[in-house]
Design a protein around this ligand. Structure first.
Ligand code: BT5
Length: 242
């Protein structure tokens, strides 16, 4: 595919594409003071792609969208988690814009930081903050390759087009926190699901009933106790008998 990274990107974003690097998140974090707000770094290949909690993010060279966005400290609001929700929603909208409808219709968000295609992981988001309060939000979206059990958008999708759509979708998201929350809540496939939350202080199993404006997931456990969860990995469980 003849992808063009050398193009007019949506206004307000400074986009750089490199053939290979360790991690686009690490590069932006190292370079916060020298790069403008809304700097974007994309690469064809990461030799040390990172997931959360020191996990790895894999993708063979040239196959997937691997990109990070820098938000300078003075532009980060009171809740940096909102940036993760914004980038996730922008990725969802971009996937729907560039992938065939049969794919786009099955995209949804999974709390706290994944995009799913059906039940399978399509993309993951990693947000990191530097000492000055600047935030780098990285996202890996599977396009041409996915590991076993995960999903991809398909070879027909141009990664540079997907990124351009992500950036313009970001700019079209609702401005206010209230409206953004309503949108996020409507797209969050985790709600209504039976879930297992693997947290630092033990597991919680129950039903995800809501999400709060600050991003905390509300889970009603099997003893009818309500938990407000702010970090953790979540597994969507199938209801008994399915
Ligand atoms: C994430 O972590 O989902 C966040 C991934 C963020 C990657 C982007 S790429 C650009 C930027 N630069 C970086 O260095 N990182 C960001 P987590 O929820 O911890 O998921 C990681 C787990 O997903 C791994 O332990 C694997 O099991 C699995 N995994 C690895 N590569 C995958 C892929 N391509 N698709 C689906 N699952 C994957």
């Amino acid at each position: 595919m003849n992808e063009s990274w050398d193009r007019d990107w949506p206004a307000g974003w400074t986009v750089e594409h490199v053939a290979e690097t360790g991690s686009t998140n690490a590069d932006l974090l190292e370079d916060v003071t020298r790069r403008p707000h809304r700097s974007v770094l994309a690469t064809d290949h990461q030799t040390a792609g990172r997931g959360r909690l020191e996990r790895k993010w894999d993708a063979p060279p040239g196959s997937n969208l691997l990109v990070s966005l820098l938000f300078r400290a003075d532009a980060v609001g009171a809740d940096p988690g909102e940036l993760v929700r914004r980038v996730s929603l922008a990725a969802l909208d971009a996937g729907r814009a560039v992938a065939p409808a049969a794919v786009g219709d099955r995209l949804r968000l999974k709390w706290p930081n994944d995009l799913l295609l059906g039940d399978d992981k399509l993309a993951g988001v990693l947000a990191q903050r530097d000492g000055t309060g600047s935030v780098v939000v990285g996202i890996g979206i599977n396009v041409g390759w996915a590991p076993p059990g995960a999903a991809r958008l398909g070879d027909g999708v141009d990664r540079a087009d997907l990124l351009a759509e992500l950036l313009s979708s970001y700019d079209r998201l609702p401005a206010t926190t209230d409206q953004l929350h309503a949108r996020y809540r409507a797209e969050l496939g985790t709600l209504g699901q039976r879930v297992r939350i693997i947290g630092t202080s033990g597991d919680i199993v129950g039903r995800a009933v809501d999400v709060e404006p600050d991003g905390r997931l509300i889970v009603l456990d099997d003893c009818a106790m309500t938990h407000r969860v702010d970090v953790g990995d979540v597994t969507h469980l199938r209801p008994a008998g399915e």
